[in-house]
Design a protein around this ligand. Structure first.
Ligand SMILES: C[S@@+](CC[C@H](N)C(=O)[O-])C[C@H]1O[C@@H](n2cnc3c(N)ncnc32)[C@H](O)[C@@H]1O
Length: 318
């Protein structure tokens, strides 16, 4: 996959950073992680299946393979659980991930500049569901960066099922490991800001990677004004560890201004529903999902007594 990335990257405006990010990714793939043999074996099995062409048939990223051995494929894909992002369909096998990613895509697509011909960065890409949609929307290259190794293997698994995969790649990198060069026309940071201890640093790093006039799509958890300017959860939030900041939309607008972004537009606020985040048999033994993270007596609050998850999308330019 890194070879394919190199081939695709070299003729684009990312040429100056290809070697560096390939080296960093190679190191990340070479860590000592006891799960890697199991994941590699699963991918070897998946590679024995027929490949198919890929397209987006909402809600599924759909791979039109014929004569798939559904049982064997499901078994191999389940070696890579939990499948948080998707959903995918391979032949007639439906991989129902925890999240209905299409619902987020629907909320933002009408508001963003066309991706055709663009160099796109998807920060915190998970297994690359959105990165594929960006490439299918015509991006020259869509690069996802995702430090969690399992999600990189999920990306490889899906890619190994596709005939002539589009120019979408996921590399095991943190945003902080990207060379600070203004190379990307469109940058997505979705579901990542609230995981950052230093939200301003994250915004500055995103801006540093954007070309002049480039567009940022920032999607994150927020709270209603009535709960204050921001909440910093003391412990978990909706059972998630590492949630550092839940701003109001006004506070988030000010953070974007302070970071030097222009043309700041709030395009969406949506409460997360159990239709969008649901338990399925693709998420493994711990089958808890949003339904279990909300107060059973009042679904406007989480089990920790904080406002229930609501997400916003801001779009702005450099
Ligand atoms: C909640 S998921 C969001 C996935 C996807 N972007 C979406 O919107 O559904 C957040 C992802 O960001 C990744 N992440 C967290 N900190 C990151 C960082 N500093 N750089 C890149 N990715 C990061 C996590 O590993 C996780 O997979």
């Amino acid at each position: 996959m890194l070879n394919d990335f190199q081939k695709c990257c070299t003729p684009t405006q990312l040429s100056t950073i290809c070697s560096q990010i390939i080296d960093t990714s190679t190191q990340a793939f070479n860590v000592n992680n006891g799960n890697i043999p199991k994941w590699e074996k699963a991918i070897d099995e998946i590679k024995t299946q027929n490949k198919g062409d890929v397209d987006f048939e909402s809600p599924y990223l759909n791979i039109g393979s014929e004569n798939i051995d559904n049982k064997a494929l499901e078994q191999s894909l389940k070696q890579l659980m939990p499948w948080r992002k998707g959903p995918y369909q391979i032949g007639d096998l439906k991989l129902e991930s925890e999240w209905r990613g299409d619902m987020k895509w629907d909320r933002l697509l009408q508001h963003i500049k066309p991706l055709k011909g663009k160099t796109v960065l998807d920060v915190g890409s998970g297994n690359g569901y959105f990165t594929y949609l960006m490439a299918l929307a015509g991006a020259d290259i869509a690069l996802g960066v995702e430090p969690f190794l399992l999600f990189n293997y999920q990306f490889k698994a899906i890619r190994s099922l596709i005939n002539n995969p589009p120019n979408a790649f996921v590399l095991p990198l943190k945003l902080e490991q990207m060379p600070n060069q203004a190379l990307f026309d469109t940058v997505f940071s979705m579901g990542v800001l609230y995981h950052q201890k230093d939200h301003m640093l994250h915004l500055q790093q995103l801006k540093g990677l954007m070309t002049d006039g480039g567009e940022l799509i920032l999607e994150t958890l927020i709270i209603d004004k009535e709960h204050g300017k921001q909440i910093i959860p003391k412990d978990r939030y909706a059972r998630m560890r590492n949630v550092w900041c839940l701003p109001s939309t006004d506070t988030l607008h000010n953070w974007l201004l302070d970071a030097g972004f222009k043309n700041i537009k709030l395009v969406d606020v949506t409460k997360t529903t159990t239709e969008e985040q649901r338990a399925t048999h693709w998420i493994g033994n711990n089958t808890q999902s949003l339904k279990n993270f909300l107060d059973p007596n009042n679904e406007n609050f989480t089990v920790e007594g904080l406002p229930a998850p609501k997400r916003t999308i801001f779009i702005c330019s450099k």
